[in-house]
Design a protein around this ligand. Sequence first.
Ligand code: NAG
Length: 385
Amino acid sequence: MQQRRSVHVVEKMGGGNGHLSYDKEGKAPHHVTTGKLSQMTLLGAAFVIVIQGILIVNFYTSGYGSGSGFANQPQRKYVHDDPAHPWHWVRENPPDPDIGKKRDCDGRLYEEMYDYFQREGWIIFRSCSLQLDEERVLDPVAEFTKSIEGDRIVNAPNKQVRELAVDPDTLEFIEYIHGGRRTFPYQTLNFPKGTQQRLHSDLVHFDSQPRALMTAAWVALEDMNENNGPLRFFPKSHQWGTWDYDEVGLHYKYDTMRDQAKDQENYGYELEDAMMKAGLAEANASEMKRGQTFIWAAALVHGGSKQKDLSLSRLSQVTHYFFEGTDYLWQPRTSQITSGKVTYIHLVKPPCKRQFLGEGGGSEPIFSCADGEIASFKNNWKAEF
Ligand SMILES: *[C@@H]1O[C@H](CO)[C@@H](O)[C@H](O)[C@H]1NC(C)=O
């Protein structure tokens, strides 16, 4: 019943073939469209399309819609240019050609990095402003992170941690590779050691509406190596969908939402399996150097690799970012989106949107909500979020 209705919705809304998962050529992959995944993917797709359909109205009044329409696109440069793809919003606006001429401090041209990021779902970036701020920001954050007892600190009440999260060139680059949408930090995590974390897509933990307008920047606070449990990831996995619990079929296969640790463990196993079936090759960031930032797309499947030498540190800071013009944030992990149960984390927090002069009148933004979010994240460094 559910499935039939969903299929109908997909057709009615013209949302493509009803699959959220795509292979490298942008087709629904045959080898994962059997069994639960395909059903769940289909249901998930229908849900997302419905939600996005509802939200598009909001979205277009929030100042981003140019009205050019996806239907006019002659051909798809990237898989996620498909308007039914959960990540298509990042390419709604073309990249800014002036910013594209800039280079990062490893000498790489932004416009080439843009293409790489869209295609691969990750990029290693070296911020010039952070390089200039090495003594003032990077060194103290490394010291602070080294002093952490336990495996992590979330939203550390530390001035330099907050400054690292709003590093100007990093923010600008993140905005550039997400179609110029203003971005702002939501959460920081500082890790003294490798996490050996199971595979996951961050979209399990927090997501936006429309979906997947979220990103993470992982800053190496020291050089990585083969033995300190470098970040592991599956390039191009962002092209396939969201990889959240519903899409992977976890809610259906297991009795989820009773035991979070167990769920995450099962989810990790399912993803290992799914990556293999998808034929995606694994990579890791063992070559990363201090001061470089690994930026990944919201749906890139990643985790921590095994820490071969447990005595080694792996000092790092991850910041998660959301984007202006979206409603955030909800938690796919504890939601059952296919049956309409959505868990919001910040139900009372108003969405971060630009405000315009007059109701739909003027076209010049008078206030950027992202600026406010950035300022408060940076300045209220003693506050617990
Ligand atoms: C990282 O990737 C390299 C190259 O593929 C591989 O040789 C190495 O074993 C990987 N390291 C870890 C810790 O997984």
